[in-house]
Design a protein. Structure first.
Length: 338
């Protein structure tokens, strides 16, 4: 999934003193736990759960990030380095929504570490008696083990099945909406670069889903029984070149859009990386995109059209570059501000 949470494990600390007070008037309502409620997908899940009167606890590595929920949200550390504390933070939870993952290997985080940490989370959920897990995977996780992102997601799907905990596996491809990266940064490049290069012929497909529709789908599967799965795709499908042209038209810029060999496109991206202090795209992401791994013929999981959303936000879309790495380093700022 292009849009995911990249939560890197933090140094060991006294986890018993890290939780932040919350509204205890909700103490007798059902408890749902969300990883990364101050981030991207997790924030949308939390908003909708609180609107339904559910008591929400988050496990996060960024407790100082701005909290739009105030004392309605119970904040605990994502204590991968302390299995007992991690299990305690999950006690009493009816549902665990897991959005934790990393987008690429970096010196601050790796797929290998993310897999091990997520398995520790599953183990803690089993020890704590969590009733159900709703886990975010990726479209076609089981057919692309030559790509590290997909291999890790495949391994975690198998690990979750082996826990015996009733669960749902939700498989998105591209998410858009408040604080997204892919659509925003396409718009940013269209606004700032004289030419936009697409990899190859650009005819590979994707079906973006709004993050709020993703959250609604996750909550729907939380109420189901047994083991369930869903491809999380939106109501509109695009060839990649068509998506770029559509965004350019919506934000009112005219740019030359040219096909380039994937290797050349990757090298150009690497040249731009230092300017934005980020990783724009990886070789594996290019490969997955060009295989149409971000596409599915499943029924639409939501009703929000990317074209409608982009039109509504065209005055601000792409004015600020959204930094993936920055969100991992600046842990006291909101996603939208980075």
């Amino acid at each position: 999934m292009i849009e995911t949470l990249l939560l890197a494990p933090t140094p060991r600390r006294d986890h018993r003193s890290q939780s932040i007070p919350y509204n205890h008037h909700m103490a007798n309502t059902p408890l749902h736990v969300v990883t990364g409620a101050l981030g991207y997908t997790g924030q949308s899940v939390t908003e909708q759960l609180l609107d339904r009167g559910v008591r929400v606890r988050t496990l996060t590595n960024s407790p100082n990030r701005p909290n739009p929920f105030g004392d309605k949200l119970d904040i605990h550390p994502l204590a991968f380095d302390d299995p007992d504390a991690l299990a305690r933070s999950l006690e009493g939870a009816e549902v665990l929504y897991n959005t934790y993952w990393v987008r690429f290997n970096h010196n601050l985080f790796t797929f290998e570490r993310a897999v091990a940490s997520t398995k520790a989370l599953f183990d803690a959920a089993q020890r704590a008696g969590v009733g159900r897990i709703v886990h975010v995977s990726i479209l076609h996780a089981r057919i692309a083990d030559d790509l590290g992102y997909y291999k890790g997601k495949h391994e975690l799907e198998v690990a979750l099945e082996q826990t015996g905990i009733p669960h749902a596996i939700i498989r998105p491809g591209v998410l858009f909406g408040r604080g997204d990266i892919l659509v925003n940064n396409i718009a940013w490049m269209l606004r700032h670069l004289p030419v936009f290069g697409i990899f190859g012929d650009g005819r590979y497909r994707l079906r973006p889903l709004h993050v709020d529709d993703m959250a609604a789908l996750m909550i729907d599967h939380a109420s189901r029984e047994g083991i369930t799965h869903a491809d999380a795709v939106g109501p509109e499908g695009f060839e990649f070149r068509e998506l770029v042209r559509t965004i350019a038209g919506i934000i009112g810029v005219r740019r030359l859009i040219v096909g380039v060999p994937p290797g050349i496109g990757y090298l150009v991206g690497r040249c731009v990386n230092p300017l934005v202090k980020d990783v724009i795209i990886t070789r594996e992401e290019i490969e997955g995109l060009m295989r149409s791994l971000l596409d599915s013929d499943a029924p639409a999981a939501g009703t929000t059209k990317l074209t409608d959303w982009a039109t509504e936000h065209r005055e601000t879309l792409g004015h600020r570059y959204a930094s993936e790495v920055g969100r991992r380093v600046k842990r006291d700022e909101s996603y939208e501000a980075i």
